[in-house]
Design a protein around this ligand. Structure first.
Ligand code: DAH
Length: 339
């Protein structure tokens, strides 16, 4: 009996309670009518007479110890419960890992932003287009090679429905629904049937610009493109226009910027010319204005188009076009600070 009392004493000294409920459960276990200490007291009558005095004292002592210990556990547990969970609510939170914008989105936003500040508004058109908006309304001859299967993706069973191969189709969409003055910037995805390599892909992104009003001249075009180049690549950037040909503009030009890596001195990036090509542009051909319901005796306009991948490569020196669509998180993470 004495052994049992001593064992219980040790057990009770080590008791713990995480909540007032747990402390109450301990009271029931040891001190209730069916509790272990009560059971000891019930056994007291079987203790031989000569031991009764000592055993009695020890049982009473055990009961007092148990009552005090459990009361103490109850008190501590209720203080803790009132204080709430054991966390430090003043601690600075763990940083939430932020995703990054795709580099093409970063550059597209920057281009759109620059032209918005010059008064251009955003316009968009469908990626699945008809031949009229992509080619005919843009003054492409019926036998123009761009319509060829080599270049254009056709939607099965509909020879007149295609995936647009340039964002110039949005020019036609805007002109048919709006009269001048028109000043729009049109970013979007385009598709061409090309073998995928580091330098070519079957889809990429372009931004188209269109400005039509009375008296718009080539000088206006040149000035706006110079402002754009300097905003995008730095105030010391120079531009150079070379004569070119597009069916929808006359005259047409291609624009180079001074190589911003070598400052125009010549390096491997600009193939030692000091210049890199960034866009095509020109005065909207009167035939395009007429085809889209705009009076070419009253209005003139300019247009330009550039590849977003190209601008992104120039800004961030991405060597392989395929990186843009592989969704490799290590590549995307490199642009966190450019966001
Ligand atoms: N659509 C042309 C292309 O995909 C780019 C372009 C050139 C757009 C000249 C224009 C422009 O608006 O004036 O290569």
């Amino acid at each position: 009996m004495i052994e049992k009392i001593e064992k219980l004493k040790q057990e009770i000294a080590a008791l713990q309670a995480g909540s007032p409920e747990e402390a109450e459960a301990l009271r029931i276990k040891y001190l209730s009518k069916k509790g272990e200490i009560t059971a000891l007291m019930n056994d007291f009558r079987n203790v031989p007479a000569e031991q009764k005095k000592e055993v009695g004292m020890r049982i009473n002592e055990l009961k007092t110890i148990a009552q005090e210990k459990i009361a103490q556990l109850k008190a501590e547990a209720s203080v803790q419960a009132a204080a709430g969970p054991a966390v430090d609510l003043t601690r600075t939170p763990y940083p939430i890992p932020l995703g990054t914008r795709h580099p093409l989105t970063i550059v597209k936003n920057e281009i759109v932003d620059i032209f918005s500040r010059l008064g251009f508004t955003l316009a968009e058109g469908p990626e699945v287009e008809d031949d009229w908006h992509v080619y005919s309304s843009m003054n492409f001859a019926d036998d123009h090679p761009a319509r060829d299967m080599q270049d254009t993706f056709f939607v099965e069973s509909r020879p007149d429905i295609i995936l647009r191969s340039h964002t110039s189709s949005v020019q036609a969409r805007v002109m048919e629904s709006q009269q001048p003055p028109i000043r729009v910037i049109c970013p979007g995805r385009v598709y061409r049937n090309e073998a995928i390599s580091a330098r070519a892909h079957c889809f990429f992104h372009q931004v188209e610009g269109l400005y039509i009003d009375r008296g718009v001249s080539f000088t206006d075009l040149k000035q706006v493109l110079l402002l754009f180049a300097q905003e995008m690549f730095g105030p010391e950037t120079k531009i150079r226009l070379r004569p070119s040909y597009f069916p929808f503009t006359e005259p047409s030009a291609e624009m180079d910027i001074s190589c911003h890596l070598c400052g125009g001195k010549g390096c491997s990036f600009c193939k030692h010319t000091g210049w890199v090509e960034i866009l095509g542009c020109g005065m909207v051909d009167p035939a395009v204005l007429e085809a889209n319901g705009i009076d070419s005796t009253q209005y003139t306009g300019y247009a330009f188009g550039m590849g977003i991948e190209r601008i992104t490569n120039l800004k961030f020196q991405v060597k392989d076009l395929r990186m843009f669509s592989e969704n490799d998180i290590r590549f995307l993470d490199e642009f966190t600070s450019a966001n």
